[in-house]
Design a protein around this ligand. Structure first.
Ligand code: S3P
Length: 165
């Protein structure tokens, strides 16, 4: 079976939903950010701080390249992973892309205490969430399926995905 990739903005629940979905399907769950941290032996925030975003994106692409050669996983991608055309192509060829969405306000609430989201570590996070969302909308909406998670529980989202697949 092909992989199932959860894509979408930070804080849309990709990792939480992915874990629950993998359990339901009896598949193995992988989080791309965890794989990047393992590979670099550093937290995402440290990678951004010490080596910069460009370096992080390079490792992210390498990890996508490796995982897309495998099958049967449920995988949560980082919010910026699909913005790179090459990454997008690899993911699309090796699995089904399910995009999770939520409102900027809900995303802000879900991410405001996170120390591991360097891109939102700015003066006006809500404005930055809106700006990045607008910039990335094109990539998120070309997924195979889109689920608006606003107001839904994790199990509700898993139910929707189960119906889709
Ligand atoms: C990023 C999202 C993060 C992580 C990194 C960059 C992004 O993952 O990969 O901080 O560019 O949107 P989550 O979407 O899991 O928070």
């Amino acid at each position: 079976m092909k992989n199932i990739y959860l894509v979408g903005f930070m804080g849309t629940g990709k990792s939480t939903v992915g874990r629950a979905l993998a359990k339901r399907l009896d598949r193995v769950f992988k989080d791309l950010d965890d794989l990047i941290e393992e590979k670099e032996n550093k937290k995402i925030a440290e990678i951004f701080e010490e080596k910069g975003e460009e370096y992080f994106r390079k490792i992210e692409s390498e990890v996508i390249n490796e995982i897309s050669r495998k099958e049967n996983f449920v995988i949560a991608t980082g919010g910026g992973a699909v913005v790179n055309e090459e990454n997008y192509k690899r993911l699309k060829e090796s699995g089904v892309l399910i995009s999770l969405a939520a409102s900027p306000e809900e995303i802000y609430e879900r991410t405001k205490n996170s120390k591991n989201r360097p891109l939102l570590n700015v003066q006006n996070p809500i404005e930055e969430i809106k700006r990045l969302m607008f910039e990335r909308a094109y990539y998120y909406i070309k997924s195979d399926h889109i689920i608006d998670t606003t107001g839904l529980s994790v199990e509700d989202v898993v139910d929707e995905i189960m119906e889709i697949i």
